[in-house]
Design a protein around this ligand. Structure first.
Ligand code: ADP
Ligand code: ZN
Length: 213
């Protein structure tokens, strides 16, 4: 099963991708996670991307295109994957087309999650990421904000650098202007499923599963 999961920052792509990758036993490829990991590890890629990511801008298309291609080539992509965070520009669509052509990936599912801006701003503002287990949490859902509800680690759920207020607005603006047109690019090529990202997590998951089956 090959899935492209698409939608605005904060719409729930990462959360759903993690659930689906376990359910279908396929790899979750999150370009954002790969970049954040590289930044934390201070690799060449991380050092090159750090400033751009933390101020909410997009890293160069070629860099991210190469990253996705390498990731796919180095795994059993025939078995399936969930692509989360790519493509994000029309140029990246062209890059992805070429990668898919080369690897003979023909009919990926294209799943779009949608949500109102106010809701995603709210979610991003309250979002924390566990540095220990990479779980995404909303502090509004926690009784004890000091303890990770998934792995139990203390004081590891922190705000992403790019979830600060001013950066969030910029990312949403980039999504609206630069990323949203990706839908138009693919609407005649693939069957697109558009689902509501504001439903409860398990409802969104069920709706995605319905589309996939
Ligand atoms: P979100 O979907 O919540 O905005 P991600 O974790 O997907 O966050 O991405 C975080 C950041 O990583 C982006 O704001 C951008 O700087 C960088 N990034 C991730 N994917 C791409 C991509 N396909 N092209 C360019 N930059 C990217
Ligand atoms: Zn944790």
């Amino acid at each position: 099963m090959q899935i492209i999961l698409f939608g605005a920052p904060g719409v729930g792509k990462g959360t759903q991708a993690k659930i689906l990758s376990q359910k279908y036993n396929i790899k979750h490829i999150s370009t954002g996670d790969i970049l954040r990991h590289a930044i934390a590890e201070r690799t060449d890629l991380g050092n090159a991307a750090k400033e751009v990511v933390e101020r909410g801008d997009l890293v160069p298309d070629n860099l991210i295109g190469r990253l996705v291609k390498e990731t796919l080539i180095n795994m059993d992509y025939k078995k399936g994957f969930i692509l989360d965070g790519f493509p994000r520009t029309i140029t990246q669509c062209g890059l992805l087309d070429r990668i898919f052509e080369e690897l003979k990936i023909e009919n990926p599912y294209f799943v779009i999650l949608k949500a109102d801006t106010e809701i995603v701003v709210n979610r991003l503002t309250n979002r924390r990421l566990c540095t220990e287990c990479a779980t995404i949490v909303n502090i509004k859902d926690l009784d004890d904000t000091q303890t990770c509800p998934n792995c139990g680690a203390r004081n590891t759920c922190i705000k992403r650098e790019d979830d600060k207020d001013s950066v969030v607005r910029k990312r949403l603006e980039i999504y609206r202007k630069t990323t949203f047109p990706v839908i138009d690019y693919y609407k005649d090529k693939y069957t697109l499923a558009i689902l509501n990202g504001t439903d409860p997590i398990d409802v969104v998951t069920q709706n995605i599963i319905k589309v996939l089956s």
